[in-house]
Design a protein around this ligand. Structure first.
Ligand code: ARG
Ligand code: ZN
Length: 849
């Protein structure tokens, strides 16, 4: 039964569990539509409990039998589970339940994907498998026996026994139920091993469906690099005899860190040069690292409750960002991370879905696996590290692992470790976790005879439920450049703690040009009056690569907003600066590719809205098209030489160096396409021997309106590769002209290869649609109605994906009254759907406001 008016749960209502678990024994008798789960669980009263109620979570379980210490009991059904009269002393609970994995299309709990059994238990999926205190502060060792005729049957921990038709796995490390995993089916493994820093041998297995073996090499290498890196940088060693990864086609998220048995969306692990782009390789390396790093930050030390989710996610994202920076170019990684932070987290923080890194309440926890919990959470840790320094950070992390290993912790525990290790008072810093919204940092300056002053004022706009904000600690990394471009003051971190604060630099021989918020030292929006010449100067001279890029970016945005609003559009300064930057052969091609990338249309919309205007998606699209054409014409003389320089003659390697050249090469191809109507793109498409090149060329052909033949050829060639077909769907929607986007979506949903049961496929069409703002926001509301129709259709099948995709509407208050009316109508229509899931009801309700 769906809950009609879902009730929020509050952080302030937290109470310790009434009973703790000493041991879990599970037996699975696998059958697609009638799997039996037999549980034997040792409970004991928690001395810390405030009540004696014995409550077990459960959802959709058919109970066959239940006993306490061998005597049959009759549980009372209550909201979300059962209550049983239990002794005030240790006892054994046994139950047998039946579940239906085949009917489970929500992909939470035990379900079937492509003929194999698999699980997803985070956050609250274990309760769909058996009766259990399904909360992260109940941790226990698990032994799991799997019975069935599947060739491969896996669970967490080490393999401890097996026989004809059964396997047993034992995980000695106490864990919460959300880290439980089971996989069974026809699978093949890439096998490898790793020797840990203390000399222990670990078997490594990457399991895939037969036929996918050729896409496992890179993932395995990434895993070994991650294991080594975590030893070297954090002193963290792996703790079981075996570490396994399984690739699953139907998966709601990227991947999941189940203890010793990570489960991955195929898109987050399988790759090969022929089928995957450089961006895919980079993302896969980061996700494999992320899930592996969770073994310590998430599993050995977990969360007390789901309000602490960022304790593990913010920290683990920060760690995977550090890892990627070490494997690749740090500044290029930083720029990409900030691009995605602004595109997703700032967008969230500036709309109806804004929430704290540590929320006070939620209705459905699955709705809080957000950019704020993950990416802003990582930014907060990055700032903490900046404030306490590298040594302080290392000391604090050592203390964190020493003090809290084996525990379920809070964000306050985390901050206390930093206070104890460094002696620093973090009470004001804590506001980063408790105040939602993106701070605006206004900068003014004065210059007087050798003395330069910077004055900063911080304000954070109100967010839902939080009208008033207090000043936060903001580490502002600043450097100063002299008139000839030399750095006259090296990077220094200014610690801002007040609402308004002035910092003074003495003894300068000329008025400097400031480089503010170097490396994006805080997740804030800087507002400073400046000139196009100064931006061009920074793009040419800043020693901080991030701010060099930022200067070019701001200049491009100024041109676009000027074109749209009829204000100043410093196009000449921008084009000239771009040409200078491109000609700088000492600059990393990856950097130049990023500097050449256009600001996104959604970014421009938010910028206009912030400046008090109503963005018009068509006008934004038009301006971008015009500027793209102007860039192509202005830069045309540069193209042949630069394109030739970007040719990679060695065999394909997905490393940063080659990827950077290909990225710049593709940016140049986009420019060339505007001049030659797609000739060069067609040639590249035909000659391509890797997916980065074919997909890049195909995108250009779509933009040029010359893609029909290539699209048909591509489809025929890749029709049996689901991950490549996702790209085929996605590209057509994201490159559709505004007036054709909705029709393209409708056409593609009728393609025999379209299915809404596979999250990757659904996202490849509708995620791309939401990412094509001018198409989605067509004045007649056709885009809104189309998305709403499909969300209503998907909700009974997969509430999590439906709720997530409803985020396409989160920016609706930016737009004109007509568009707002149309969107409100669609949101209301979704909300009025009988039996709407709690996930979607919460999200759409919050968006509607
Ligand atoms: N913990 C996983 C990760 O970040 C994500 C799991 C998300 N699950 C969910 N139901 N929202 O690696
Ligand atoms: Zn994670």
């Amino acid at each position: 039964m769906k809950d009609a008016s879902p009730q929020p749960i509050y952080l302030s209502d937290y109470t310790p569990p009434e009973y703790l678990v000493d041991q879990v024994e599970l037996t699975f008798r696998l059958a697609p539509s009638a799997t039996r789960v037999i549980s034997k669980i040792r409970f004991r009263p928690n001395p810390e409990a405030v009540s004696k109620r014995f409550f077990l979570h459960g959802e959709g379980l058919a109970t066959i039998s239940s006993t306490i210490d061998g005597a049959p009991v009759t549980p009372r059904e209550v909201e979300g589970g059962i209550e049983v009269d239990a002794p005030d002393a240790p006892f054994t609970w046994e139950a047998e339940v039946e579940i239906d994995p085949k009917a489970n299309t929500a992909l939470e709990g035990l379900y079937m994907s492509n003929g194999m059994y698999c699980t997803q238990c985070e956050a609250e999926g274990f309760r769909k498998i058996t009766w259990y205190p399904d909360r992260p502060d109940v941790m226990a060792p698990f032994t799991v026996r799997i019975e069935g005729d599947e060739p491969v049957m896996l669970s967490n921990g080490n393999p401890t026994a097996s026989g004809d038709g059964w396997r047993e796995w034992t995980d000695p490390w106490p864990k919460p139920a959300y880290l439980f995993a089971l996989v069974a089916g026809d699978l093949v493994a890439r096998e490898d091993s790793f020797t840990t820093m203390s000399g222990k041998h670990v078997d490594l297995r990457l399991w895939v469906r037969p036929g996918d073996e050729g896409k496992t090499a890179f993932g395995m290498e990434a895993l070994k690099k991650s294991m080594k890196w975590d030893e070297e940088v954090y002193g963290r060693e792996y703790d079981l005899d075996i570490f396994q990864i399984v690739a699953v086609s139907d998966f709601n998220m990227g991947a999941m860190e189940n203890k010793g048995l990570n489960i991955f969306n195929t898109s987050a692990v399988l790759c090969s040069p022929e089928t995957s782009t450089d961006a895919n390789f980079e993302r896969i390396e980061a996700i494999i690292a992320h899930e592996y790093f969770h073994n310590w930050t998430g599993n050995r030390i977990t969360c007390r409750d789901w309000f602490q989710l960022s304790l593990k996610e913010g920290l683990t994202v920060f760690r995977d960002q550090q890892f990627s920076a070490d494997m690749r170019s740090p500044s290029v990684c930083r720029i990409s991370d900030v691009l995605s932070l602004r595109g997703r987290q700032f967008r969230e923080d500036n709309g109806p879905l804004a929430h704290q890194v540590q929320p006070d309440s939620f209705v459905e926890i699955n709705n809080f696996y957000t950019a704020t919990i993950y990416e802003k959470g990582a930014e907060v840790i990055r700032m903490l590290k900046t404030l306490v320094g590298d040594d302080g950070y290392r000391k604090a992390l050592d203390l964190y692992f020493e003090r809290h290993d084996g525990q379920a912790c809070t964000i306050d525990d985390w901050l206390k470790v930093f206070e104890d290790a460094t002696g620093r008072d973090l009470s004001q810093f804590r506001r980063w976790y408790k105040q939602a919204g993106t701070p605006r940092l206004k900068v003014t300056e004065t210059w007087d005879d050798g003395t330069y002053q910077l004055t900063f004022t911080q304000t954070t706009p109100p967010t839902p439920g939080q009208a008033v904000k207090e000043p936060q600690v903001i580490p502002i990394a600043v450097g100063l450049l002299g008139p000839n471009g030399d750095e006259v003051r090296e990077t220094q971190v200014l610690e801002m703690t007040e609402g308004t604060q002035t910092f003074t630099f003495e003894g300068l021989s000329a008025r400097p040009v400031p480089s503010i918020l170097r490396g994006f030292s805080a997740p804030v929006i800087v507002e400073r009056e400046t000139t196009p010449d100064e931006r061009a100067f920074l793009l040419a001279h800043d020693t901080d690569e991030f701010n060099r890029w930022e200067a070019g970016r701001s200049l491009a945005k100024e041109v676009l907003t000027g074109m749209i609003t009829g204000g100043d559009a410093p196009q000449a300064a921008y084009l000239d600066a771009l040409a200078t930057m491109l000609r700088d052969d000492s600059a990393d091609p990856a950097f130049r590719a990023l500097a050449l990338q256009m600001p996104g249309e959604d970014d421009i919309a938010q910028t206009l809205f912030d400046a008090g205007m109503t963005p018009d998606p068509d006008a934004i699209h038009e301006a971008c098209e015009t500027l793209k054409q102007a860039r192509a014409e202005y830069l045309q003389d540069l193209l042949p030489r630069l394109s030739a320089d970007m040719t990679v003659s060695e065999p394909f390697e997905p490393n940063a160096e080659q990827a950077g050249k290909r990225a710049l090469g593709l940016q140049l191809l986009k420019l060339a396409t505007r001049l030659d109507g797609g000739k060069a793109a067609q040639a590249q498409y035909e000659a391509a021997d890797n997916m980065t090149h074919s997909l890049g060329a195909l995108a250009c052909l779509l933009d040029a309106g010359k893609a029909d033949a290539a699209l048909a050829e591509f489809r025929e060639r890749w029709k049996n590769d689901a991950l490549v077909m996702d790209k085929w769907f996605m590209l057509q929607v994201s490159h559709a002209a505004p007036a054709e986007a909705a029709a393209t979506v409708e056409r593609l949903t009728k393609d025999p290869a379209f299915t809404m049961k596979n999250p990757n496929r659904f996202r490849s069409v509708f995620g791309a649609f939401a990412g094509n703002p001018a198409g989605f926001h067509q004045k007649d509301g056709s885009g809104y109605a189309l998305l709403a129709d499909w969300l209503i259709r998907l909700d009974p099948i997969n509430p999590q994906i439906t709720a997530r995709m409803s985020g396409a509407f989160e920016t609706w208050k930016r737009y004109d009254a007509d568009r707002q009316d149309l969107i409100a109508g669609e949101l209301d229509r979704i909300l009025a759907t009988p039996g709407l899931s709690r996930d979607t009801a919460e999200m759409v309700g919050r968006i509607r406001g």
